[in-house]
Write a protein that binds this ligand. Structure first.
Ligand code: ZN
Length: 250
């Protein structure tokens, strides 16, 4: 029977603990237990969207156990990254430019010591981009040891869904930062959302990343706005790509 430290027992008993963490800490109540499991060939991983989207896993690198965390940009920042990636004609150049631009989307005072910007392959519209931290697990016994010695700190806060003011850039701010790093990001003049005209579902039409159903700009010029003829009114119109964003990036 694996020992369960009191803080983990309390966390597991709390009704506020998210189910993914309950499963993870029940299985691996200590770092030592997680490392043993990895040594036995188990996959020790959890994905959560608590405050922001991130994955934590324990892996072996050159035979040494490592606790790896990858934090992913929130949905609004991701939309800017992925639309800029799609707008670029060369995926490899776009990937390199995004990895270079990622830290610049964060507030300037964020300490990225020990954090790498990474790209993970996938079969989506674009690969996944994230901020990765790896910590050797040697010498760490409890998760409290790990948390206290290696807090995720401000990066976790600025990527949070709830973060306001001191957060990763989104919308037109993200578009302009990405453009200054050579990425052909385009924002809508009306609604400010990042756009692509290379979405596989709508090639040639400017849409947001999630608009599989076609463009529905919230800020479109609705001729029925004053008439309240709901059955005739649209629920969104075409986007209006910013003219300056259509200029080539340097
Ligand atoms: Zn729009």
């Amino acid at each position: 029977m694996t020992e369960v430290p009191p803080d983990i027992a309390e966390y597991l008993a709390s009704p506020d603990t998210l189910p993914e963490w309950v499963r993870f800490y029940r299985a691996y109540p200590t770092v030592t237990a997680a490392v043993q499991a990895v040594g036995n060939g188990e996959s020790v991983a959890v994905f959560t969207s608590e405050h922001t989207a991130y994955g934590q896993q324990v892996i072996l690198i050159d035979g040494k156990p490592v606790i790896e965390v990858v934090l992913y940009p929130n949905s609004q920042a991701r939309e800017a990254l992925v639309t800029a990636y799609l707008n670029h004609s060369d995926p490899e150049t776009a990937t390199a430019a995004i990895l270079h631009a990622l830290p610049h989307l964060l507030p300037e005072d964020i300490d990225l010591t020990g954090i790498d910007c990474v790209v993970e392959p996938g079969n989506g519209l674009a690969p996944r981009f994230g901020f990765r931290r790896r910590v050797f697990a040697a010498g760490l016994h409890t998760w409290r040891d790990y948390d206290e010695l290696h807090p995720l700190g401000e990066l976790y806060q600025v990527l949070s869904w709830h973060s306001t003011g001191h957060n990763i850039a989104e919308g037109t701010e993200a578009v302009s930062i990405l453009r200054s790093h050579g990425l052909p990001a385009v924002g809508c003049e009306a609604c400010g959302e990042p756009l692509t005209n290379r979405h596989p579902a709508w090639p040639g039409t400017w849409v947001c990343l999630a608009e599989e159903y076609g463009p529905r700009c919230d800020a479109f010029d609705d001729p029925f706005r004053e008439l309240h003829e709901l059955d005739a009114a649209g629920i969104g119109g075409p986007h209006d790509p910013s003219t300056s964003d259509l200029e080539p990036v340097t």
